[in-house]
Design a protein around this ligand. Structure first.
Ligand SMILES: [Fe+2]
Ligand SMILES: [Fe+2]
Length: 276
């Protein structure tokens, strides 16, 4: 996997932060960065392409790797650390907000912050910027069908259009739309296999979306679903705090304490070390 060195250094907080790290911490950080990039859909700075290259694995090759791991590829990032020990998590505050989850459970959340930053720079609506900010964070809980899981996690708190954008970006990631500026990503040849075809529920969902009046909502999430970003930019949640305030209905009891249909999902993200 190619590493954008400047992006990696920026993700660590720049030269001053790196000089304070010992060499083991730097090696750990690099490994963490690489897995984070790959897991969250921000692998290196490889540009999008429309044709699979020989360097990508086949579906059969990827299948043959299943029994070489002590975890399944669909496990949420909070629950496995690519064969290494997990880290101690800071406890959540009593009435946690979305921003608390960003800071304490979704961090570093580089990929979604990069996507939302691009959406903001390109003048997207606040709903799309919010959808970009939230589109993949459920991968800390679970990865298969993350569009549906992610939409469910946020549905009680955001608009139907933003929910729609999150639910269906997963499907549209598999289907190029040159007119909208979206090509099939190299990353997908790498992580699904170069001869992969999406399962029937994804194909059926794509057919539905093509004729849907809200097609462009999830499509714009895919357009902003970035692999690379300005290496000099250090992304933070700060530019999005006002948008979250306007478009995210934060329950006063805190996420997980509000008896919503998805409160248990927030509690699970808050307490992933709970044995049952
Ligand atoms: Fe995604
Ligand atoms: Fe993404």
């Amino acid at each position: 996997m190619e590493i954008d060195r400047r992006a990696f250094f920026a993700s660590l907080g720049g030269a001053a932060a790196i000089s304070a790290m010992d060499s083991e911490a730097k090696a750990d950080a690099l490994e963490e960065y690489m897995s984070e990039q790959l897991d969250n859909g921000a692998a290196g700075s490889t540009p999008a392409t429309t044709s699979p290259d020989k360097k990508f694995p086949t579906v059969a090759e990827l299948d043959s790797q299943i029994t070489t791991r002590d975890y399944r590829r669909g496990v949420g990032t909070l629950f496995a650390n690519n064969g290494r020990n997990v880290k101690k998590l800071e406890p959540m505050p009593a009435n946690p907000t979305l921003l608390d989850f960003f800071k304490l459970r979704f961090a570093p959340a580089n990929h979604v912050l990069q996507s939302a930053t691009r959406a903001m720079k390109t003048g997207m609506t606040e709903e799309i910027i919010l959808a970009c900010l939230l589109h993949d964070v459920v991968q800390s809980l679970i990865k298969p069908d993350h569009g549906w899981w992610g939409a469910q996690l946020f549905e009680p708190y955001i608009s139907p259009k933003a929910t729609f954008a999150i639910r269906y970006h997963q499907t549209l990631r598999f289907y190029p739309d040159s007119a909208a500026g979206y090509e099939y990503p190299d990353l997908y040849y790498r992580i699904f296999g170069k001869d992969y075809t999406p399962p029937p529920h994804i194909e059926a969902t794509y057919k539905m979306l093509r004729n849907h009046k809200w097609y462009m909502e999830p499509r714009l999430v895919t357009v902003n679903d970035l692999y690379a970003f300005d290496p000099n930019a250090v992304v933070t949640i700060d530019p999005f705090v006002d948008i979250v305030g306007r478009h995210f209905k934060q329950p006063k009891e805190g996420l997980g304490n509000d008896n919503s249909p998805v409160a248990h999902m927030w509690r699970t993200i808050a307490r992933p070390d709970s044995p049952l």
